[in-house]
Structures are given as structure tokens and as C-alpha cells.
Design a protein around this ligand. Structure first.
Ligand SMILES: [Zn+2]
Length: 133
């Protein structure tokens, strides 16, 4: 709670800060960072640079082929409940034997069906999906 209050006060101070105060504050931040870097041990320096390299490697722009393969995803599978096409990330395997009283017998016989995430969530809550077959 005390931390939260100090954060709120800090953000309020930043909004009402004058340009000269901003320059002074940023100079103090730079000074603190410089002091921290001068007392840094070789091991700390190595760790810091390893983190920087890892972050840069992660953020590096993908090549054209990787970009095209990353966006080359389409909705190609049909939901067993609502019959709409869905993307691979929306795919859910629904165990039908647990909803025997709720689902039609032909779906219960299949034991496991492939559904979209919305239909799966509705069935688990025993709600009839708005677009059920
Ligand atoms: Zn569905």
C-alpha cells in the first residue's frame, strides 16, 4: 500500500514537472546509472551483456521466409458443434463422455471431438452454444 502511494505520487509529480526539473531529474538518473556501471564487477558486466545480447537476439527481425511461414496460418478445421472454421490455436479436444446427458448420443459415442474454444467452453459450462448443429 505504501509502495502504491509512492508510485501514485511519483506519477503525479511527473505530470506536473517543469522542463528544467525534468532535465535535472534525467541528469540524476544518468549519474546514478554511471556510478552503478563504474563499480560493476567483471562478472556482473558479463551477465549484463549476456542479457542484452539475449534480448537483442529475441527481438531481431525475422527473415522474409520465417515471416511468411509465421503468418501462413488459416482457419481450416471445422468445429464439431458450431460447424464454423477455426484456427489451430482455437482447437480444443473435448471429452464427450462427461456430458452424456447434455450432448446428443452420436457425439457421446465419438468419445473425443474437435471443437473451437468457444463451443468447448460453452459445453463445459453446460450451456447450449448459440450456433449448435
Ligand atoms: Zn464451435
Amino acid at each position: 500500500m505504501r509502495l502504491l502511494n509512492s508510485v501514485n505520487i511519483d506519477s503525479m509529480l511527473l505530470r506536473t514537472e517543469l522542463p528544467s526539473q525534468r532535465t535535472q531529474r534525467l541528469a540524476a538518473v544518468r549519474e546514478r546509472k554511471y556510478k552503478r556501471l563504474t563499480v560493476e564487477s567483471e562478472e556482473q558486466r558479463q551477465t549484463r551483456w549476456a542479457n542484452v545480447r539475449e534480448t537483442r537476439r529475441r527481438n531481431r527481425f525475422l527473415g522474409k521466409d520465417e515471416f511468411i511461414s509465421a503468418i501462413d496460418v488459416s482457419a481450416d478445421v471445422s468445429c464439431s458443434i458450431c460447424k464454423q472454421l477455426f484456427y489451430p490455436k482455437q482447437r480444443r479436444n473435448l471429452q464427450t463422455s462427461f456430458q452424456q446427458d447434455f450432448l446428443p448420443s452420436e457425439l457421446v459415442e465419438m468419445n473425443k471431438i474437435l471443437t473451437c474454444s468457444r463451443s468447448s467452453a460453452n459445453i463445459r459450462k453446460l450451456k447450449v452454444p448459440s450456433q449448435a448443429y
